[in-house]
Design a protein around this ligand. Structure first.
Ligand SMILES: [Zn+2]
Length: 329
C-alpha cells in the first residue's frame, strides 16, 4: 500500500486548506482551553515540545508522551466534530474516492487480525462493539463472517451513524461513556485515542463495558515511530485539534495497566513510514540533503532497502502506527 492510495493527492490540498480553517476557528476559543496532566501517567510535569499553527504541544517529563496543552474542552471538541468542514470534505470526497482501497488494504486486514486474536485468546463471540465506527466498513466486513452474535457500531457523529444504519449495522449514536451494554466480548477502536479529550476516561468506560476476559483492540499513532520522529512538525499526522494525544509503546502500555487492563500484545505493524517520509522529501517539504544515509534508504534504494527498512521498523516497535491489545482481567 502507498500513501497516495488512501490519500488521493488531487484532493489533499483542499483538505489541508479546510483543516487549517477549522483549526483556526477552534483556536479563536483559546481562552476557554484547559490545562491537563499527562494523558498517560497523570504527571503534571512537562516541557515545551513544539508549537504548530498556534497549538502548543508538550512532552511529559516522566513518560515522554506528547500532548496538546492547553487543549480545547470536551464541549468545544464536540462542536468541532459536529461542524468541521474538513471532516465533511473527508466524508464526502476523500473517503468515497479511496473506499475500495481502504476496504482491501486497511479494513479487511483489520478484520483478519481481530479474528486471529479472537482465536488466539479463545474469546467468546457474543458481542463485538466498534467504537468510532465511521462509515461502518469494519463492522460490515466482520458482520459478513457471522462469527459474532451481535456487531454494534458506537458512533456519536450523526451522518456517519446514519451511513452505518443504511448498511444494516446496529448503531448506538452515543459516546461509549454513556452506552449501557454488558457482556461485550470485544471492543475495537481504530485511530480514536489520539482524538480524545481524556483517553483515560474512555479506557475506563471500555473496561466497565467489557465482560471479564474480554479484549480491547486499539490502534493509535506511535510518537516514537520513524515517520513522526523524523518529520516532527512537518508530519501531516501532527495537528490539533484533531490529534491531541501521542503515545508510544511504553506509555500506552502503562496507561492501559492503570485502567486495569492486562496488555497482552503491543506492536507497530505500520507499512507507510518509509513512503510518508519519502513523499515529504520528494515534495521538497523535508530536507535530507545532509543525510546521505537516509537518502540512500528512502530515495535511491527505496524499492528494496526501503522495504527492508520498513520491515525493520515493524520488528523493532519503531513504526508510527501502533496496535494495542488488552484484556479485562
Ligand atoms: Zn506521562
Amino acid at each position: 500500500m502507498k500513501e497516495s492510495d488512501i490519500r488521493p493527492e488531487d484532493l489533499m490540498a483542499e483538505s489541508a486548506r479546510l483543516t487549517d480553517e477549522d483549526a483556526l476557528r477552534v483556536l479563536a476559543l483559546k481562552e476557554k482551553f484547559v490545562q491537563v496532566a499527562c494523558p498517560a501517567c497523570d504527571s503534571p510535569s512537562h516541557r515545551h515540545f513544539f508549537e504548530k499553527k498556534g497549538y502548543h504541544f508538550v512532552s511529559c517529563r516522566d513518560c515522554r508522551t506528547v500532548f496538546v496543552n492547553p487543549r480545547p474542552t470536551s464541549e468545544i471538541l464536540a462542536e468541532y466534530y459536529a461542524g468541521a468542514e474538513s471532516i465533511r470534505y473527508f466524508n464526502e470526497k476523500i473517503f468515497p474516492s479511496s473506499a475500495q482501497v481502504r476496504r482491501e488494504k486497511i479494513f479487511l486486514p483489520r478484520v483478519n487480525r481481530v479474528m486471529e486474536l479472537v482465536k488466539k485468546y479463545a474469546l467468546k463471540t457474543e458481542i463485538l462493539v466498534d467504537v468510532g465506527a465511521g462509515f461502518g466498513t469494519f463492522c460490515e466486513e466482520i458482520k459478513r463472517l457471522a462469527r459474532f452474535s451481535r456487531v454494534i457500531a458506537v458512533e456519536p457523529a450523526k451522518s456517519q451513524a446514519e451511513t452505518c444504519r443504511r448498511k444494516g449495522i446496529e448503531v448506538i449514536e452515543e459516546l461509549i461513556e454513556r452506552v449501557r451494554i454488558s457482556g461485550i466480548s470485544v471492543i475495537t477502536c481504530f485511530e480514536l485515542l489520539e482524538h480524545l479529550f481524556s483517553p483515560k476516561d474512555f479506557l475506563t468506560a471500555c473496561m466497565k463495558a467489557l465482560e471479564p476476559g474480554g479484549l480491547l483492540i486499539l490502534t493509535t499513532p506511535n510518537i516514537q515511530g520513524f515517520d513522526l520522529q523524523t518529520l516532527g512538525l512537518v508530519s501531516d499526522n501532527i495537528g490539533a485539534p484533531d490529534h491531541l494525544n501521542y503515545f508510544h509503546p511504553r506509555s500506552l502500555t502503562s496507561l492501559l495497566q492503570t485502567c486495569g487492563f492486562e496488555v497482552v500484545e503491543l506492536s507497530t505493524p505500520g507499512q507507510l513510514d518509509v513512503d510518508i517520509v519519502r513523499n515529504k522529501i520528494l515534495k521538497g517539504e523535508f530536507d535530507i540533503s545532509g543525510c546521505p544515509f537516509l537518502k540512500h534508504i528512502l530515495i535511491e534504494e527505496d524499492e528494496v532497502v526501503g522495504r527492508r527498512f520498513q520491515e525493520f521498523l515493524v520488528q523493532n516497535h519503531m513504526s508510527s502506527h501502533m496496535w494495542g491489545v488488552a484484556r479485562k482481567i
